[in-house]
Every structure is written in structure tokens, then in C-alpha cells.
Design a protein around this ligand. Structure first.
Ligand SMILES: Cc1cc2nc3c(=O)[nH]c(=O)nc-3n(C[C@H](O)[C@H](O)[C@H](O)COP(=O)(O)OP(=O)(O)OC[C@H]3O[C@@H](n4cnc5c(N)ncnc54)[C@H](O)[C@@H]3O)c2cc1C
Length: 386
């Protein structure tokens, strides 16, 4: 592994080392690549992460979690981004679901839904996006929930939902009122409830974690499926977005670092004109520039996470961190493919996976333009542009 520029505490380094050790033991790079090619979720790695207590990070021990906060989450996600991208994306969703349940769940909901998630016994999906648009979700949202006695009946369609075919539980956003932003509510829906159909979408990346369209047809859930306050679902989501942005940024950093590392190793071995290609200054410079970008982004991600743990506002910094990480990571993967040249097309090597997987966090959970919009408005003081 390349030396990292940021300083971590001893405990944080131990967390990182323990996680790296577990991944290397359970899912070394060859197995990760095999499962990616077979489009298969890594259940053994999921079990190993649960065993290590990774599923409970960000939730206090007295609530059944493993403790730690935003910093520990980004450390975990950086390692996973580097070594097992699809599992990193799974963990971004998992951390979002556990945070939403912890912040909005009643004690009964936490016992029923949060506790098994923290133990790694169940999986959750977060179902917000609809086919007509993810960025302008308030205009796009057509899914509705209506009262029927004590129950709720949900109808609608979601798109690009990670894990919906393999999850046990869906956290679904649906319209319950007419107000644009104060008319949405959140529901916990069993993934096998009658009327729920998840259909896997064939995608070009994140192959080890299913991406789905989701149909909800007269899905009946009890009154206590409502998560948080009625009509307050959108503000509840917004409250978790800075965290999700930082977490996505950490995965991007991991992917970018992974790309630089495997490319450095390849450049040491591959020869042309009787010398390793890593001896050509242009190859060295390209990788140095890529590395500077990713290390700078990581410093920003860590600082945003530290501020979050200290209870400080992170909206601008987390947007900066997300934008910088996604841009730097795309650049690292691109440089990697350039230097691998023909070998970059070999689907048994990880560089092509980094090159494909890195695309996700350019537009999700917040696209790069929206991150800039946020910075322009909240940091530079410009009027809102959209
Ligand atoms: C593999 C994968 C997994 C996903 N997992 C989930 C999940 O688990 N749950 C979930 O709810 N969603 C999920 N998503 C959806 C994801 O969050 C959305 O794709 C994302 O929010 C962008 O929405 P969109 O694709 O509809 O793009 P659009 O909203 O159509 O935007 C397209 C582009 O338009 C431009 N644009 C839009 N608005 C502006 C503006 N105001 N200013 C400047 N430019 C703008 C940007 O360039 C943007 O990238 C997933 C998507 C993928 C591909």
C-alpha cells in the first residue's frame, strides 16, 4: 500500500489494518475480480465485516452499534473502495440506512429493524430515486402512500435502487401530502411484502451489488411502518445527505488510490525500450499528479468527517470533498488505463473495474454540477442557479 499523507489516531490505524487484513484473507483481489465478473455479491466478505463489527460503526454501543463516527466510516469506506468496490457501495447504503433508522426510528422500530442490520443479519435498501429524475427528485416523485384504516397503501415505481433484489427491508420515500418538500414521508417496507417487485437492471459497473427497478403495487404496510414524522420525510433525508456525500467521497478516494497503486506496480514490471515503463518520466509524472489529487481529496474528506463528528456544519466542505474526490478518482482511473494500455482491457485485472466503478460517484448521490451549485451558493454567496 502507498503511504498515506493524512495522520490517523492509533485506534483508527488499527481499524484500517484489521479491515485490510480481513479483506486480504477472505477476499483477495483475484476473488473480488472473479465475483465482479460473475456479478455476484460477496457474502463471505459481508459476514467477515459483520464479524469485525463494521456494520455497527457510527452507532453508539449502548444502541447496539460498534461506536465510532463519521471518521471511522470514511476510513472503512476508503479501504473498501480500494479493495472491494461493490462492497463499499453496499456499505454506503448500509450506513445511510442505519443512520436514518437511528435518527428517526422509535425504540420499537430500532429493535425490529436497526438491531439486526447492525449485527449483519439483514440488509436494507434506500429507495428515493424515480425514473424521471434523481437530481430534481421533488418534481420527479410520483410514488404515493395513502391511509387505509390504520394501514398505509403504497403505489409507485423507483429506479436504480441498490440491493433491492437482495435486501430484507426497503426504506421508501413516498408522497403523503401536496406540499412540494413537506409532503413526503418515509416508510419501512418488508422487501418480500405482497405487491413489491424488484427487477435487476443490467449495468456496466458495481457488478457485485444488484441495481434494480422497483415496483410497488398496492403494498399494504401497518401504521407503524411510518419512519419519523408524517410529511417530514424529505427534511429527514436532507439531514443525512452530508454524511452520505462524505461517505461517497471516501469510496471515490479508495478507488482512485487503488488505481494509482496497481498502476504503479504495473509500471515497475512492464518493460519497453529495455527498461520498466515506470522509468519514463512522463509515466512517473502522470502518476504523481494523480496521487496528489487523491491525497488532497482525502485530506478534505477526513476534515469534513472530523467536523461532522464535532457537530460542526459540513455542507460546503462535504460538497467540496465530494467534488474533489470524484474528479481526482476519475483522473486516477483514466491515467491507470492509459498506462496499462492493452492490458487495461483484461477483465481479470482490477484497473478496468476501477475505471468503470468510479463513474457512480461522479453523479451520485449528488452530481458534480450540484456540488458546485451548493459551493457557489453557500460559500461564494451567489444566488441559487436552479
Ligand atoms: C449503480 C447505481 C446505484 C444507485 N443506487 C441508488 C439507491 O440505492 N437509491 C436511490 O434512491 N438512488 C440510487 N441511484 C440513483 C442516483 O442517486 C441517481 O442516478 C442520481 O441522483 C442522479 O439522478 P439521475 O440519474 O436521474 O440524473 P438526472 O437528475 O437526470 O441528472 C442528469 C445530469 O443533469 C445535470 N443536472 C441536473 N440538474 C442540474 C443542475 N441544477 N445544475 C447543473 N446540472 C444539473 C447533471 O450533470 C446531472 O448529472 C443509483 C444509481 C446508480 C447508477
Amino acid at each position: 500500500m502507498l503511504p498515506q499523507m493524512a495522520t490517523l489516531t492509533e485506534e483508527q490505524q488499527m481499524l484500517r489494518d484489521a479491515l485490510e487484513g480481513a479483506i486480504d484473507r477472505v477476499s483477495p483481489v483475484g476473488r473480488v475480480q472473479e465475483l465482479d465478473n460473475a456479478k455476484t455479491f460477496d457474502t463471505a466478505l459481508h459476514a467477515a465485516l459483520a464479524e469485525l463489527g463494521i456494520m455497527g460503526i457510527g452507532i453508539p454501543e449502548e444502541q447496539g452499534g460498534s461506536g465510532g463516527g463519521a471518521v471511522e466510516q470514511v476510513i472503512v469506506l476508503e479501504v473498501l473502495g480500494r479493495k472491494a468496490t461493490s462492497m463499499a457501495v453496499f456499505m454506503v447504503v448500509h450506513f445511510m440506512a442505519t443512520r436514518i433508522l437511528r435518527e428517526n426510528g422509535t425504540p420499537e422500530q430500532m429493535a425490529a429493524h436497526l438491531a439486526p442490520l447492525l449485527r449483519g443479519e439483514t440488509k436494507a435498501s434506500f429507495c428515493l430515486t424515480e425514473a424521471s429524475g434523481g437530481t430534481d427528485i421533488l418534481s420527479a416523485m410520483k410514488t404515493r402512500a395513502r391511509r387505509d384504516g390504520d394501514d398505509w397503501i403504497i403505489n409507485g415505481n423507483k429506479m436504480w435502487i441498490s440491493g433491492a433484489s437482495t435486501s430484507d427491508m426497503l426504506i421508501v420515500l413516498a408522497r403523503t401530502g401536496e406540499h412540494r418538500s413537506r409532503g413526503l414521508s418515509m416508510f419501512v417496507v418488508p422487501a418480500r411484502a405482497e405487491g413489491v417487485t424488484a427487477t435487476e437492471v443490467a449495468t456496466m459497473a458495481i457488478n457485485g451489488y444488484d441495481t434494480n427497478s422497483l415496483a410497488l403495487d398496492e403494498v399494504r404496510v401497518p401504521g407503524d411502518a411510518l419512519l419519523g414524522q408524517l410529511d417530514n420525510g424529505f427534511p429527514q433525508v436532507i439531514a443525512t445527505l452530508n454524511g452520505e456525500r462524505m461517505n461517497a467521497a471516501a469510496v471515490a478516494v479508495g478507488i482512485g488510490r487503488g488505481a494509482v497503486e496497481v498502476t504503479r506496480d504495473y509500471a515497475m514490471e512492464r518493460t519497453a525500450f529495455d527498461r520498466p515503463i515506470g522509468q519514463f518520466q512522463s509515466v512517473q509524472h502522470q502518476l504523481s499528479i494523480a496521487g496528489i489529487g487523491i491525497e488532497s481529496a482525502w485530506l478534505m474528506v477526513l476534515e469534513a468527517a472530523r467536523k461532522d463528528d464535532a457537530g460542526e456544519a459540513t455542507d460546503v466542505l462535504s460538497s467540496m470533498a465530494k467534488w474533489s474526490s470524484a474528479r481526482a478518482a476519475v483522473h486516477c482511473a483514466d491515467v491507470g488505463m492509459e498506462i496499462f494500455a492493452g492490458a487495461g482491457f483484461d477483465s481479470d485485472l482490477p484497473i478496468q473495474r476501477y475505471y468503470r466503478d468510479v463513474r457512480l460517484y461522479s453523479f451520485a448521490p449528488l452530481n458534480q454540477n450540484m456540488a458546485l451549485n451548493m459551493i457557489a451558493e453557500r460559500w461564494l454567496g451567489f444566488p441559487r442557479s436552479f
